[in-house]
Design a protein around this ligand. Structure first.
Ligand code: FEO
Length: 401
């Protein structure tokens, strides 16, 4: 297998030498139904430079792609833009095989690489705004802390006007195509938004600052080359605009009704709430956790205005699937949401107050009293659920014009 993989030309100096992970379906808790890629890039300058590596099990694939262009022992420099293991996992293996003159990383990158893996030799720390010459080409580094880890940085190859952006502007999407203009735009929009919601959402204020900075650099971008998914060479303004939109998290007249159920009581309540929302013209995503993954809920929350959450009580506690999704969403720190809680119980009924408490911790503004029913909701309780949907809808219609 080792000689079957080939590099793909990206620009005059740059080749894609990454790996395609067709079969990954879980990326630290985020469901990746279309797989992913780990993009590494080879810059064929006087100083042959490898930008990032791939997840450790894919090292032979990367090596084969590099060898299709150049003897890997000719690599002089390695740049580690991001030390998370999907991009650094092969670095120790690479350094065992070859002995580049220098490995470059940010100060946090150098520390993190040392913490995570045995890296032979010195790591040269580069500063924000520093430029390194590769002989006939030069690269400038920009720290992008917390996008997606504290170590993260961008690298800009001036000669090809190409930005290596590591996780930013990427997506989990395994394809045979390497460029944005070769892929259905609706897939790029969906997978890009899903990636943003599940990976970058908590860091949205920093994304907005970064976009401002990118705009003031005075650089032209002919290509943006992320570490996952396609290289942007056509819709560059589009991806920058989408990032600005997602980072602003402007609420729309869209509500999520997120719930799970044991014996259909909470489900019936969710249906009544959904009907109440619909009666006021709200767009609803009715998301049973029996059939929707937490990362699907994260995608939907990106432009939502309301989050209404329901749970049965199980053994005096919150139903596990609802606890799971609320824990996940809380970490993603969505903003600008109103909401309410509901649920059913048989013995004690702790779940509803627990849901409401977590929603408040998330910063969700609770806009109406929770509805809690013992056993199966009758007509009166379903009417109260319907009214809850109407009340949330009216508040949402007031907030979003
Ligand atoms: Fe693709 Fe933050 O790693």
């Amino acid at each position: 297998m080792k000689d079957v993989f080939k590099a793909v030309t990206i620009t005059d100096h740059v080749y894609w030498v990454g790996a395609i992970d067709w079969n990954i379906r879980d990326f630290h808790g985020y469901t990746t139904r279309r797989g992913s890629t780990y993009n590494a890039y080879l810059v064929m300058a006087d100083k042959v430079t490898l930008v990032d590596t791939v997840k450790a099990p894919f090292m032979d694939e990367m090596w084969s792609r590099i060898a299709s262009i150049v003897d890997p022992s000719k690599i002089s420099y390695i740049i580690s833009n991001h030390s998370e293991m999907d991009h650094s996992g092969s670095l120790p293996g690479v350094l065992e095989k070859i002995h580049p003159e220098k490995v470059f990383a940010s100060s946090m990158g150098a520390k993190t690489l040392r913490d995570l893996m045995p890296v032979q030799g010195e790591i040269v720390v580069v500063k924000d705004g520093e430029t390194v010459r590769l002989g006939d080409a030069h690269i400038t580094f920009f720290e992008t802390r917390m996008l997606h880890w504290p170590d993260s940085m961008f690298s800009y190859l001036h000669e090809d006007r190409l930005l290596f952006s590591q996780d930013a502007f990427g997506m989990h999407l395994a394809t045979s195509e390497r460029f944005d203009d070769e892929i259905d735009p609706s897939i790029l929009e969906f997978e890009g938004a899903t990636y943003y919601a599940n990976i970058l959402l908590p860091h949205s204020p920093l994304v907005l600052k970064l976009l401002d900075r990118v705009g003031t650099l005075g650089y032209r971008f002919d290509c943006i080359a992320p570490d996952h998914g396609p290289v942007w060479r056509t819709d560059i303004n589009g991806v920058l605009d989408r990032y600005a939109r997602w980072a602003q998290q402007k609420p729309t007249k869209k509500a999520l009704v997120v719930y799970d159920t044991m014996w259909h009581s909470t489900e019936h309540m969710a249906q009544a709430i959904t009907e109440g929302l619909l009666s006021e013209g709200i767009s609803v995503r009715h998301l049973s956790l029996a059939v929707n993954h937490r990362s699907d809920v994260a995608y939907e929350i990106l432009n939502a205005g309301a989050l209404i959450t329901g749970a049965p009580t199980l053994n005096n506690n919150l139903f596990p699937s609802v606890a799971d999704v609320l824990t996940y969403l809380k970490g993603l720190r969505p903003v600008n949401l109103i909401g309410a809680a509901f649920g059913s119980y048989g013995w004690s009924g702790e779940s509803v107050s627990q849901v409401e408490s977590i929603l408040r911790e998330m910063g969700v503004e609770i806009v109406c009293e929770a509805v809690k029913v013992r056993h199966m909701p009758d007509g009166e309780f379903l009417t109260r659920c319907y009214a809850l949907g109407v009340d949330v809808a009216k508040r949402l219609n007031e907030r979003v014009t």
